[in-house]
Design a protein around this ligand. Structure first.
Ligand code: 5GP
Ligand code: MG
Length: 180
């Protein structure tokens, strides 16, 4: 029997098991390792809350000297993107002249990441690239390149491995999709 879990009012079933996530995280870490090995102390900026688990697993696989920081940018409500973005909170590092890698949980329409990149660019970093655990190419409506997508998915709503449904489900080690 397929395992179904209930979060608030909705049922979810496993879509991507933890071992598949680990393979994808390793593959994206390999690409970043290859591209950044010659750079001077790049800084990874995780976007809270959703990226906490990905950030932890990804950074364990990064083999060059780097800094780690987190910011917060809330733009989502329930199961549909609100389209609204709020301000960037917690950028407490001077990123001028630095190579920055943003670490996101998921890029959907791209509104949040576009806002995030614009905010970071105001501080004159040497470079900004985007790493995201999940990318929804069919929903993406912006032109900024998504440099390091670990996994591409359709437009389904997913939870687990950091991603929530109204704050529940972030602790799940597998990724779940809503069922009817
Ligand atoms: P965007 O601004 O790209 O439309 O949306 C990005 C944010 O929406 C993500 O950081 C995440 O918080 C939320 N989001 C988008 N798709 C999903 C999804 O399938 N599941 C969950 N839990 N959050 C999502
Ligand atoms: Mg997010």
């Amino acid at each position: 029997m397929e395992k179904v879990i209930k979060l608030h009012d909705r049922n979810f079933k496993v879509m991507i098991p933890a071992d598949k996530i680990e393979v994808a995280v390793s593959a994206v870490a390999d690409k970043i390792n290859a591209d950044y090995r010659e750079k001077k102390n790049p800084i990874f900026i995780g976007v809270l809350n959703g990226s906490f688990m990905f950030m932890s697993d990804l950074l364990k696989k990064i083999d060059f000297c780097c800094e780690i920081s987190f910011v917060k940018l809330a733009s989502y409500c329930g199961t549909c993107s609100s389209g609204e973005v709020t301000n960037l909170i917690g950028l407490n590092r001077d990123i001028e002249g630095r190579d920055v890698i943003i670490v996101e949980d998921i890029v959907d329409t791209g509104a949040s990441i576009e806002h995030m990149v614009a905010e970071l660019q105001r501080h004159n970093p040497a470079s900004v690239r985007i790493c995201t655990l999940f990318f929804k190419p069919n929903a993406y409506k912006r032109s900024i390149p998504i440099d390091y997508p670990a996994m591409e998915i359709g437009n389904e709503f997913i939870v687990g491995y950091g991603l929530d449904y109204d704050q529940l489900g972030r602790n799940l080690k597998d990724v779940y999709v809503v069922t009817e």
